[in-house]
Design a protein around this ligand. Sequence first.
Ligand code: ADP
Length: 483
Amino acid sequence: MNMIAKKFPTAAFIDGQWVTSAKTFAVTDPATCAEVATVPDLGGEDAGRAIDAASRALPAWSAKTAKERAAIMKRWFDLITAESESLAQLMTTEQGKPLVEARAEVAYGASFIEWFAEEGKRAYGRIIPTNVASKRYLTIKQPIGVVAAIAPWNFPIAMITRKVAPALASGCTIVVKPAAETPLCALALAKLALDAGVPPGVLNIVTTSDAAAVGKVLCDDGRVRKLSFTGSAAVGKILYRQCADTVKKLTLELGGNAPFLVFDDANLDLAVAGAMASKYRNAGQTCVCANRILVQSGIYDRFAASLVEAVNKLAVGPGLEAGNTIGPLITKEAIERVETLVAEAVKNGAKVLTGGAVDPAGPLFFRPSVIGGVTPDMSIVREEIFGPVAALVRFDTEAEAIEIANDTPFGLAAYLFSRDLSRAWRVAEKLDAGMVGVNEGIFSNEVVPFGGVKESGLGREGGAEGLEEYLEVKYICLGAIDE
Ligand code: ADP
């Protein structure tokens, strides 16, 4: 087994116990395609046992005060922070992102635990002024119950803590199904949770290569009152349907097709820096990645030239090697997808300004690329690229930019670069998106609400809104108070 993986568990985690199985699946390092470890390949029955455990643990965990839960969560946060370097190495090993980004993700992921531990103390209800003399009205907030979480591979720690932290803080218990590509970070988190004193059953991790079977059990079981999912729109829609019979509350984060608008009056250096941060982080494998870079005619040539210059300074190679800034894509299928999108764009008249092909660093490395002369009808800007390829589309007027930007069923992130405050405000209001970065390429953190509109999903994660997702409002009416 890989040296880094040896430091952490490779068994699943149910009811406070490490669970092994005769059937396993392999986790590989996308930089080398070598096997890192094997983990249990659990099935629907195991998922049922995890729900049993979470149900048993619920009464005692939800009965604790938020302050008591916070004390445990803060210990968990401290343990993650103390282990941050080895967690970052583990993440780079199974996911591929450069070590500097993995370190940043460990800190980002841990921040949800610290922040929600505190925010859980502020789940205030309301006293509502009465409209009948003999009655008084109030609301309290209570944990929704057992929660299921299904997580993707692109942020192996943060996409889990962003769900687990508000769940635990509000008094819920949870069953997590990590992505098959990156289960090791999830199991490492569970080990540190156990060490921190998270009671058995409060957090469960079900590793599986059969996501559909485990997902079905999580959706069908009426004891699970909420599902939080981050992943593709196609799978999100399946889960939405599957949750109908038990009328679960849903948080869905289903990716986007982020427009990145650069107006003639933008600060060019700022816009290029924003595009670099938004587009090439995690080799372009984030759901808020700029997917369509719309550039106004007056600045288009200068922006394209500066972007190409910046992109040519990126260093492609294994994330564990210092200095590399672009790691591998997650799978061969991901490479093929990006190759197809680029080939089709070129066939339809777009031009490769830099990159455009697989890098000699290895079969899963794609050269950071800029494609110019893209038009809004091309697949490369209609689908999520999920690779280090910037697609530049030229526009003339503000109205045209907004029309192109909103011409998609998705609406997660959007970006705009302009020095005109009136325009920035006006355009930000008109963009169909859950989040807008104005003169900013990176905006996600633990204190703000993350989520999308239209087919990008339901609900918000992070911030005060992120806690609400795990709470139910109970209205209590006190009658006959004048007796
Ligand atoms: P991606 O393209 O990012 O891999 P997916 O939506 O396929 O997006 O994966 C996100 C998460 O959803 C992963 O944990 C994956 O295992 C899980 N998943 C995939 N298919 C299903 C399904 N039918 N039911 C439940 N979970 C699924």
